[in-house]
Ligand binder design. Sequence first.
Ligand SMILES: Cc1ncc(COP(=O)(O)O)c(C=O)c1O
Length: 422
Amino acid sequence: MRINQNISELKPSATLLINEKVIELRKHGKMITHFGFGQSPFPIHKSIVEELKKYATNNHYLPVKGLLALTEQVSKFLLNNQGIDRNASHIFIGPGSKELLYQSILIFEGEYLIPKGSWVSYIPQIKSKGGSYTILETKLENQFKLTAETLEAYLKQSNQQEHIVILNSPNNPTGAVYTEDEYASLAKVCKKYQVIVFSDEIYSQINFNNDFSPSISKFYPEGTLIFGGMSKVFSAGGYRLGFMSLPEELASLSLVYRSLFSETFSCVSSPIQFAGVKAYEYANELKDYVNISSKILHGISAFIFDEFSNNKIQCTQSQGAFYMMIGFETFKEAIQSLNIHTSIELAHYLLENYDVALLPGSDFGFKETELFFRLAFVDFDGDYLMNLTQHDTEIDRSFVQENCPSVYRGVHQLIKFTKELT
Ligand SMILES: Cc1ncc(COP(=O)(O)O)c(C=O)c1O
């Protein structure tokens, strides 16, 4: 038997191994704070569930590129809620944005540029097609966001013809949100070097200071593909519904996408697409639900940021999504004296000795020796918090202590670890 070498060389990620270990430890009654698991903690809104029930008997295949009413609704949603003008005829529906990103990676040849501090799946997806990629340097001082200077310096010396850069904001794993100015500068460079941009906007509405997040497509519409979906904003990861939008200028690719879709997944489940129409109508009650979820996440992330900053633990300041990157570089010498030299080793040590699961930065484009970790601050009962929270509820330290005990305990376990080092 021979299997594709690009696939056989994919290793189980450190993330997978940590998750398995958490399940095992919990089975044995250990109280673990799981800062590793990045699923939305909130319940799905009942208006979406009701719509799904209504269409449960629909057993028809739908058009390969998606239900027309849904692509039209997504087009309206992008215009009304993100100021993005994209024609429904260039919007595609797929089984999650992950699959749409993967199929796009299959379609676009060239060198992929991945900022250090990027989602775990981009690199394995590129590797699985035998593609080439480069990780571009980013810095904590800049919340691990790619700068126009770094991008241009790389492109200037690159001897590759085509480049595709994958940007994600609000970001998994850092929680960073690119500003309009940052995107305007990056767009200028992309335009100059004719770089294609995959703009992963799956968390757009989970923004702590605004109703949505800026999109680079405003400054570089002709070269930007936008990706989004129901998994995060509508807490519907298991529904598996994502969308992507091609720019008018790349409309000729529409046929390529439709051919690839028709030879692979055919279409997203029909009832789910009808439920998607309801979600993207984005009625006020749904908007309110998204705002309350963002408010809860904002409060919890601010609490963690304050606690860590006061205790010399490095930390990005989240402005959206469910994540922050934290670092123990200031404690490196003391950590090395424990014979721990990589983020993977430290992740295992923290889980075994302090009951806290973090994901090692090496799965997110960091070097193994950089002691950075992704912390997902969603280890709480989202249903309970949603019922408890009003627009004027203060999500402060005592709120977290009382209502998010696992998060509170985990934060203080990590602080305890640093205290015991010195
Ligand atoms: C940054 C980012 N992009 C894409 C996805 C994929 O989401 P889905 O395939 O559920 O749409 C995720 C999910 O974790 C993510 O965090």
